[in-house]
Design a protein around this ligand. Sequence first.
Ligand code: APR
Length: 291
Amino acid sequence: MGRSLTDRVAVVEGDITAQHVDAIVNAANESLLGGGGVDGAIHRAAGPGLPGECRRLGGCKTGEAKITAGYNLPARFVIHTVGPRWRGGDHGEDALLASCYTSSLRLAEEHGVRTIAFPAISTGAFGFPLPRAAAIAVRTVFDHLSRSDAISQVTFVCHGERAFLLFKDAVDELAGECTRTAGRGGNCTGLQGDVQEAVREQVRAQVQVIEIVYGIRFVEGERLTGEIASKCSDRECADIATSALNSWVALSGASGDVEVPPEVLARILDRASKRAAHQNDTGQGGEGTCP
Ligand code: APR
């Protein structure tokens, strides 16, 4: 029996550069060439080797993540992610912030990372309200850990007591929700309603991130979300479908108002449901499918 979700998430107050974990996450900017706050602290502690490797990465889009070595840091890796700048809350900031955590966790798993530490991404220079960011960060991490055992420990490293208390409360609240629903077969990720609603919510957020990252708008985006959510009965399928949709948008060079051809969507959904079923049968992870 694996460790419980709540045993795999910790909140500490301190300096992320001092964490003895496999990977620490940097709250970077799109240039990846350093800055103040966490970014400055990590670059100072890592030493002169880090900027060179960062320069070779060619930047990073908001909501995405890239990885480098840790150099003089105790951590083997640094995962650089770029959080959203707060612009009032109706420019997809929530989805982009969630995507920072999801992208970082996926990248960590691809590199065999077992323990990872996050700062409170976007809550400093980028101005994201701390309570809202804490709730999104904790929920996104719980959601990921509920579907994958690859990472054994996530630590939120907070600067200052207020951040610590807010993250601690967010974890305790979700842990409580897990305890309340676990006996009744509830999903232990703190998402409202049943799994189907949780899948729809996940698909909607991921479709939103694709629109923001590529600067497009899906024609009838809500219908597209509904079609994916209705065909995918679980998160694995939804994950595969939306990453295949992301690939199609990138490869097709789509711009402006984008209509996904029915035959492309049908192929994405068919393969996603088959691949997810295979994963569930064999318990093996799999890559997103290209349409
Ligand atoms: N360890 C842990 N947390 C830290 C540390 C540290 N050493 N230093 C700062 N923090 C906290 C801040 O208090 C804040 O809560 O990290 C959170 C994120 O703040 P920022 O570092 O300002 O990051 P962000 O808000 O995402 O802004 C990113 O700032 O440093 C520049 O290059 C960076 O342009 C980018 C922008």
